[in-house]
Design a protein around this ligand. Structure first.
Ligand code: FE2
Length: 442
């Protein structure tokens, strides 16, 4: 798997930490938009990627970027490497062993007062809004030693549903934490030891249940001795299935589905008749090795809906939209509840994340925020307007890399009409493409 040039354009890392007070703004920043957008992604400590493959990019050091808004102003932008042992060693600190030995470079989740930088398996690290500090909260219990990056929050109950699906054993660890971080439930779900361990990057929750993705991409550790650096591949013969378990514990029930790979879930919810709906970005296959041992180019993802019917055991699955997209987000007050509006990044080609779309189920309306060829953008983050009652009453924030200036804008879109920004913050340099981000209120 090769990537576009990692050291130029949207993916290129930055070499230092800066603070930009009062960055330039065009348009009018909504006065009710008070909080901080934080983004996470890999950024080598020496400011330069060493190679050209996905493994030269994804495991690099976690860097966070924060842009704070207050009273209609963009107050400040700053970026910081997460203060891990790896960072401390590179900085020549003689107390490096006192820093957490982890690299939380994938996601940001705000729970129980902790702004958590999270990775695919390592220890999460709490940072301040100013991106300082690095401490793994004690309340994470067993997940302090390793946690998946896409823990889900139920805003209505204040719960965090964490999971960890490692490559070392055929099981998924699930845990539920209350709004203050109190442990409410913990369970280990056994996977089939007769087949390869699946790669499980995301889960879904409903108001009552958790959905595990046991799909066709799995670990093949024999690949390491054959020269591959990433021991993951598509398994034709691996049964794809969705595992449904009660949120606070109980037996898992598996539902077979058509072979596929899902990297990111849109949402899940319960229906009145007991059925469970899962929406996700689905790939018909992924990480598939060709006969000569190379990997085929991965296909692009499509929005897919599964309806699991417990009474009959039937799964109805269908494509929802014909646009290639990834990094879907919703108004997270609807996580685990029925949603009507999906926002996502458009992928006109496998190399591009360019453009945003807004898909509304009730009306069938599609809207696009267009981004010019050569430019690229991040995933959209939804921010609810204070006091909003409608699902789409709020804003959508996204970083847009501008090739002509090699800088990034942060665009603020009206989440009801995303076609033109209501305001644009122009930073004097780029925010590298990275992975995921979050809005921290207040
Ligand atoms: Fe992700």
């Amino acid at each position: 798997m090769t990537m576009p040039d990692l050291n130029s354009g949207a993916l290129a890392p930055v070499g230092d930490e800066v603070e930009v007070p009062a960055p330039m703004v065009s348009g009018a920043i909504p006065r009710d938009l008070n909080g901080t957008l934080i983004r996470n992604g890999p950024n080598p400590l020496d400011g330069r990627f060493a190679g050209a493959g996905v493994l030269d990019w994804w495991p690099e050091a976690a860097m966070l970027h924060a842009l704070t808004f207050r009273d209609g102003r963009a107050v400040a932008y700053r970026n910081r490497w997460v203060r891990t042992r790896r960072w401390a060693l590179a900085a020549g600190r003689d107390d490096a062993d006192g820093f957490p030995d982890t690299n939380p470079n994938v996601n940001v989740v705000h729970h129980a007062g902790a702004i958590l930088a999270m990775a695919e398996g390592g220890a999460p690290v709490a940072v301040t809004r100013a991106l300082d500090g690095a401490r793994t909260p004690d309340w994470l219990g067993p997940f302090a030693a390793g946690c998946g990056a896409h823990a889900k929050q139920d805003r209505r109950t204040g719960e965090l549903i964490a999971f960890h699906a490692g490559w070392a054993a055929p099981q998924v660890k699930c845990g539920v934490y209350g709004a203050q971080g109190e442990a409410l439930a913990a369970m280990d779900v056994a996977l089939d030891p007769a087949v390869s361990i699946p790669m499980m990057h995301d889960i879904a929750i409903t108001a009552t249940r958790t959905v595990l993705l046991d799909l066709n991409v799995g670990y093949d550790l024999s690949m390491l001795s054959r020269g591959y650096r990433l021991p993951l591949r598509w398994f034709d013969d691996r049964p794809a299935r969705l595992g449904v378990l009660p949120r606070h514990g109980g037996p898992v029930r598996w539902y077979p589905i058509e072979p596929c790979f899902i990297q990111h879930v849109v949402n899940g919810y319960d229906e009145d008749d007991g059925a469970l709906v899962l929406e996700a970005v689905r790939y018909p296959w992924y990480f598939r090795a060709a006969a000569d041992g190379s990997f085929e180019d991965d296909p692009l993802g499509l929005l897919w809906r599964y309806r699991l019917e417990p009474d009959s055991g039937v799964v109805r699955e269908a494509q929802v939209d014909d646009a290639w997209l990834e990094l879907p987000r919703i108004n997270e007050w609807h996580t685990g509840r029925r949603h009507d509006v999906v926002y996502a990044v458009e992928q006109p080609t496998p190399q591009e994340m360019r453009g945003l779309c807004r898909l509304q189920r009730r009306t069938g309306e599609r809207q696009r925020f267009e981004v010019a060829p050569g430019d690229q953008n991040s995933e959209p983050v939804f921010v609810a307007r204070p006091g909003a009652t409608a699902e789409d009453d709020g804003w959508l924030l996204a970083c847009v890399y501008r090739r002509a200036t090699d800088t990034s804008d942060v665009v603020i879109l009206d989440a009801r009409d995303i076609r033109e920004p209501v305001a644009t913050v122009s930073l004097p340099r780029r925010i590298p493409a990275g992975f995921h981000g979050a809005w921290i209120d207040g």
